[in-house]
Every structure is written in C-alpha cells, then in structure tokens.
Design a protein around this ligand. Structure first.
Ligand code: SF4
Length: 188
C-alpha cells in the first residue's frame, strides 16, 4: 500500500524505551491509521489516516539509532502495513545498520500478507510478527505480547528472537520527570 505522506511516517505515538511489547527494552512506534476496524479495538484514536504527527523516515531512523541500550524496535498501531513503503525501508535500514531485533504488530493474517510483495518483504525482514485481527470474543489478557487467542506469533526463518510468549499480563507505568503518567498495556 502506498504511503499517503511520501517519505514521512504518520505517527500516533513514540515510546523510546518500553518493556512490554516484545523481549527486552525496546523503542516502540505506534503508527497512525488503520482501516481494519476490529470490534473492541483499544486504539480507536489511531484509526484515522489524517495527518497526526508527520515524521520523515530518516528522522525516525536517527532517533532509533540515537537511543542507548535498546534490544530492538517494535512497530505497532494503527496498522504498520498500511504505511508499508516506509515500514519496509525502516526495517531494512535498521537491519543494515544495527543488530537490533524488529517486532511488528499487524491486523492482517499470514495469507493476506503473503498476497502482497511489500507486506511479504516486511514478514521476511522482521524477527517477530504478531499477526491477525483483534477479536473481542477471544480476548485473553494473560498472553504476553498479544491480546486475542486467534492472533499468531510468527518467527521468520532468520529471526534473532528466541524468547517465546509466556502466560503473563504485563502493564507498564511510565512516570516522566514532569509528573506525566502513562500506562501501557491492557490491565485486565
Ligand atoms: S488492527 Fe489493531 S489498530 Fe487496527 S482496528 Fe484492529 S486492533 Fe485496532
């Protein structure tokens, strides 16, 4: 799918150091825009494709490279595959320049992903893909890293992530120096 904003990502939120979206300390990027409209979605404010925060992909890459002591990058949303040109570029640059692992959440299923060349390139280059719609009736807050039982955790052949999901409900509370408090994850 073509990027609406050329080489700029439409970003919803960036968390430069989080611990609950994949193994280790990770730079997480929530991309703005998702057309899948899953019933019960927790991130409805990320459905709109209107420009939220536009950030050139090179600037985002530089922010990732500048972050110390991270084990990897996690892309989620929103729907990262609906900004696929920039997503593929970013993943390939991370892989070319660093030894960081990349994890990506998508609402699309493996058969859907494999119908499109760009999406297949995403699948081939990440270390862990969490794939499939969020299905409210299958919600389970005790699975580390994913929200509904139907979702599939795919480790492509070249994956450098060995860790497997555990039965665990993780929530992260971030308190900034300014006093701002953010809660990440899905408390049951
Ligand atoms: S794919 Fe994710 S962001 Fe999109 S509607 Fe489904 S749960 Fe929400």
């Amino acid at each position: 799918m073509k990027n609406l904003y050329s080489t700029q990502f439409n970003i919803s939120h960036i968390e430069p150091a989080t611990h609950i979206y994949g193994p280790g300390r990770r730079f997480a990027v929530w991309l703005q825009g998702c057309s899948l409209a899953c019933k019960g979605c927790w991130n409805k404010e990320m459905w709109s494709f209107k420009a939220n925060e536009l950030l050139d992909r090179k600037t985002l890459l530089a922010q990732i490279l500048a972050e110390q002591d991270i084990e990897g990058v996690t892309l989620l949303g929103g729907e990262p595959l609906e900004q696929a040109e920039n997503t593929v570029w970013l993943i390939q640059e991370i892989k070319r320049l660093t030894s960081l692992t990349v994890m990506l959440y998508t609402g699309y299923t493996k058969p859907e992903i494999e119908q499109k060349q760009l999406w297949s390139a995403v699948e081939a280059n990440v270390d862990l893909l969490v794939s499939g719609r969020y299905q409210e009736q299958d919600r389970n807050t005790n699975n580390q890293w994913y929200g509904s039982e139907n979702q599939e955790l795919i480790y492509p052949k070249k994956s450098k992530i060995e860790q497997r999901s555990k039965r665990l409900n993780e929530v992260e509370i971030i308190i900034e120096e300014t006093g701002e408090v953010r809660v990440l994850g899905y408390p049951s």
